[in-house]
Design a protein around this ligand. Structure first.
Ligand SMILES: [Zn+2]
Length: 279
């Protein structure tokens, strides 16, 4: 490459405010959305699961599972790597019904009394169910134990959680699948709201941000995280491609923003939990 071309290429990338295509490839990744549920245990051992994530550059992962046993298996094996998160699910197929099952609360209490967690979630909830006794009690448990809530729900659901518990720290799974403008509104309204970008190909695809997403990610660079979301055995087979997409997304952002979203925000978010670990 001639000097002239090199200089103009550099100038152009400065103008665009992007990092070059290869620059995110070595960034460590904090993954905020890993599941290791029972239908994966036989096919992928805990050792193998950790190995596969590390191979992709993941340096830490928030892990939850159905049932919690999967999270505990990974945590036991790699306590520095795994940040345990407690789901209200004990078996598959309860995403839509757990909020009507009163046995969920004693189950959560029992787990909270015996194991350590950084968050409760990921749980699926609709706005109309936030005020049911089971969901309200789950929110109270998060408050009592000072835990983050990893919420899979739309903006309305998140607003209702904040009504019940204004001081809640919420990690909003998939940014609620809301469009960029709505996410921006939510970020500006709630200072303790973070969001993971898993499954948001509608925000970034074919090497490009869609709509206003790039601006929103830059404006609230401190509050977005990445996540593969290994929600099914099939998804565990696709993690390489998902990570590739995530790194392409990072390449489309200014270097400082990319670093925050890649790992810095996650590390800050779980700081309290990581510190307590030393005891
Ligand atoms: Zn998930």
């Amino acid at each position: 490459m001639s000097m002239k071309i090199l200089v103009s290429t550099l100038f152009l990338s400065m103008l665009c405010g992007t990092v070059s295509a290869s620059s995110s490839k070595d960034l460590p990744i904090f993954d905020a959305h890993i599941h290791y549920s029972h239908d994966v245990w036989d096919a992928i051992s805990p050792e193998e699961a950790i190995k596969r994530l590390k191979r992709l550059g993941v340096t830490r992962a928030m892990v939850s599972s159905t049932s919690d046993e999967g999270t505990q298996r990974l945590y036991k094996l790699a306590p520095q790597f795994v940040i345990p998160v407690l789901r209200p699910y004990r078996k598959r197929g309860t995403l839509d019904s757990w909020m009507f099952d009163e046995t969920v609360i004693p189950y959560l209490k029992e787990r909270l009394a015996n194991y350590r967690y950084a968050a409760i979630g990921e749980f699926h909830v609709k706005a109309e169910h936030i005020n049911t006794p089971v969901v309200s009690q789950l929110i109270s448990l998060a408050k009592q134990h000072e835990l983050l809530l990893h919420v899979h729900g739309d903006a309305k659901a998140v607003e209702l959680i904040y009504k019940q518990y204004p001081g809640a720290n919420i990690l909003w799974a998939h940014a609620g699948f809301e469009h960029a403008e709505r996410v921006e509104q939510m970020m500006s309204k709630y200072r303790n709201l973070w969001a993971d970008l898993s499954f948001r190909r509608d925000a970034f695809g074919n090497g490009q941000f869609i709509g206003d997403w790039r601006n929103v990610l830059i404006k609230y660079a401190e509050r977005f995280l990445l996540g593969i979301d290994t929600y099914s055995p099939q998804r565990w087979l696709q993690i390489k491609q998902v990570m590739q997409w995530q790194r392409e997304l990072l390449n489309g952002l200014p270097a400082g923003v990319a670093k925050k979203i890649a790992y810095k925000n996650g590390e800050l978010l779980i700081q309290g939990f990581a510190k307590q670990k030393v005891d």
